[in-house]
Design a protein around this ligand. Structure first.
Ligand code: FAQ
Length: 311
């Protein structure tokens, strides 16, 4: 049974109020947010790697400048989310240690390789598209610092999504080979993008509690369906085929029906055995090691400043 404080807390949320860092909150609410927000932060910083792979090989100066800016935005989102997570009384260094030690999850999508230039466009179009679909409802989640972080992040993600679509639209007006590159990238990223929304509702262990606490406003399956409905017309506009023979419009429901997701693949990737899991963690570990001198220099500088009274 709930105690008096918990009843009051649930009432506060039910009335549509935000919970702020200094407010009392149930320990499980705090734990759930630390879990989800830190996974989200890790996803942003690991998410820099697949696209970062193409910065040195971008085909034009314009596309290179756009890509650098996008990858830098992801770093910003990561830092923003680590800060928001710290308001729950955890230290980002410990969260980061969990990531490097393989104890913390990050989105399955970033364990797939970027094999051709069109992958950069497809990540913007599909991966940022799915991220926005999932994150717009989080701007209304009950924890204030997370909800507010999502407002700015979603604005930037929409811009990312459009640049991806623009890149693909341009390639689809190009040569036969360029069109084939786009189709190949879509074939590889479509199903993993659908997996970003998490397991089916019936297998989602956290959904009931997260919904009750106003963290999750719309379910995994509902968001996945909205994403498919929004994306099919865009694929038609681009002139590419989505790799699902069962995808078709259903008059009765007013939604697109789609084929079965390979959940074995999903759980394999989530548990560390995807195409790039080992490589992603090894890259992040190396960056942490090689960046030690930057952290030391920054700390020495900060110490110096405070010893000299801020001058
Ligand atoms: N990958 O009970 P549920 C981006 C785990 S966007 C890995 O349904 P929940 C932007 C889940 O953690 C990507 N693990 O869990 C960008 C749980 O395991 P746990 C990041 C997954 O939390 C774009 C277990 O399965 N976005 O980075 C995945 O209620 C382009 C059971 O699942 C967010 O993190 C998955 N796909 O619902 C950057 C959004 N799905 O924790 C660069 C915030 C599920 O018990 C380039 N997160 N799991 O060990 C959420 O909205 C939720 O956490 C869900 C999962 C919807 C992802």
């Amino acid at each position: 049974a709930l105690n008096e404080r918990e009843v009051e807390f649930n009432g506060h949320i039910a009335e549509g109020n935000f919970v702020e860092p200094a407010d009392w909150m149930p320990e499980r609410y705090r734990k759930t947010l630390i879990r989800q927000m830190s996974q989200h932060a890790h996803s942003e910083v690991v998410g820099m790697l697949p696209e970062g792979n193409w910065i040195l090989r971008a085909p034009t100066l314009k596309r290179k400048a756009i890509l650098i800016a996008k990858v830098q935005d992801e770093a910003g989102h990561g830092l923003y989310l680590y800060s928001a997570t710290e308001t729950l009384g955890v230290d980002r260094e410990n969260l980061y240690e969990d990531l490097l030690a393989g104890r913390a999850k990050y989105s399955s999508i970033f364990n797939y390789p970027t094999l051709n230039w069109a992958d950069v466009g497809v990540i913007g179009w599909l991966v940022d598209g799915a991220a926005i679909m999932n994150q717009v409802p989080l701007t209304r989640c009950s924890y204030g610092p997370y909800a507010r972080a999502m407002v700015r992040i979603c604005k930037e993600e929409s811009f990312h999504q459009r640049q991806g679509f623009d890149l693909l639209l341009q390639m689809m007006q190009g040569t036969h080979e360029q069109k084939e590159m786009v189709q190949d990238a879509v074939n590889r990223w479509w199903w993993p993008s659908l997996m970003m929304f998490g397991p089916e509702d019936k297998d989602s262990v956290h959904s009931d509690e997260s919904k009750a606490w106003g963290i999750k406003r719309i379910s995994n399956d509902e968001l996945r369906q909205s994403f498919v409905d929004a994306t099919v017309p865009q694929a038609e506009l681009l002139g590419i085929t989505l790799p699902d023979p069962d995808l078709k419009w259903d008059e009765n429901t007013g939604h697109y029906r789609f084929g079965k997701i390979d959940w074995d693949e999903f759980w394999r990737v989530v548990s560390g055995d995807g195409l790039c899991n080992r490589d992603r963690i090894a890259t992040k570990k190396a960056a942490w090691r090689e960046g030690a001198w930057v952290r030391e220099a920054a700390q020495a500088y900060a110490r110096n400043l405070s010893n000299n009274g801020g001058k």
